[in-house]
Design a protein around this ligand. Structure first.
Ligand code: SF4
Length: 245
């Protein structure tokens, strides 16, 4: 049976695509376009309400602006969500939860930073307790700036993301695997060098064939050094972190 599957032309085309060559089968291109279109019109959004910008989401979801007409609806679990909305300033403690949540989402996944606080720290730019630039820790697909952005701006940002997904430009999720050492290094600067999460990002990068020379490095080496057995609930946070929580 597996040999028969390998002989299906579309499967062979996918292998060609992964190896960086140009596709030759027009049917595979049509199929690809259809998948991207459907993906962009059925987005489940995990709204992780981090700051004051979250107050603009209820009007964007309810009757006046009605986000659901675009195929976007809220989802309660990261496992089934496509988009992670970060709705304002991010404290260092909150950033840990954001990273844990992001890593649990299935790929492809997309991040939207709402509010100026996610772009450069906004009015909290001098605060010792907040992470200033969200994209240093996670790849961000779309920023919606403003303090706070109105629902029209939120809808406009979501439509931009839809266009990016259907045209194949929204590929920031791949960057997390391709440059994992960079993201992990920035996380370690904030949380300490023994920072770990339960998700094996390196194995996922291998699975998606997205390993590059920037996936592994001095920071991923620290993961191995501080490796601890997986503990339920505490999720390998350091002892210091557990005391703070
Ligand atoms: S940009 Fe303004 S509204 Fe948004 S989280 Fe920051 S302070 Fe709050």
């Amino acid at each position: 049976m597996s040999n028969e599957l390998e002989n299906i032309p579309i499967r062979q085309e996918l292998e060609v695509l992964q190896s960086g060559q140009k596709r030759t089968n027009p049917l595979a291109n049509v199929f690809d376009g259809l998948v991207k279109f459907c993906r962009s019109r059925s987005m489940f959004m995990l709204h992780y309400c981090t700051g004051c910008g979250a107050i603009e989401l209820p009007p964007a979801m309810t009757s006046r602006f009605d986000m659901e007409r675009l195929g976007i609806q809220p989802m309660v679990t990261p496992r089934q969500a496509d988009i992670l909305l970060i709705t304002g300033y991010v404290s260092i403690k909150t950033l840990k939860r954001i990273i844990l949540t992001y890593e649990q989402m299935g790929s492809p996944k997309y991040v939207i930073g709402i509010c100026s606080c996610t772009v450069n720290g906004g009015m909290y730019w001098q605060s010792y307790a907040t992470a200033k630039v969200l994209r240093d820790y996670l790849p961000v697909d779309v920023y919606i700036a403003g303090c706070m952005p109105r629902p029209e701006a939120v809808i406009s940002g979501l439509r931009e993301l839809m266009e990016d997904i259907s045209s194949g430009r929204a590929e920031s999720w791949k960057k997390y695997y391709q440059h994992y050492d960079y993201y992990l290094g920035n996380q370690q600067k904030l949380f300490g060098e023994d920072w770990q999460t339960p998700t094996d990002i390196i194995a996922e990068a291998r699975h998606y064939d997205l390993m590059t020379e920037h996936t592994l490095g001095e920071h991923t080496a620290l993961l191995e050094k501080h490796q601890k057995p997986l503990e339920a609930l505490e999720m390998r946070l350091s002892v210091k972190d557990k005391q703070k929580v």
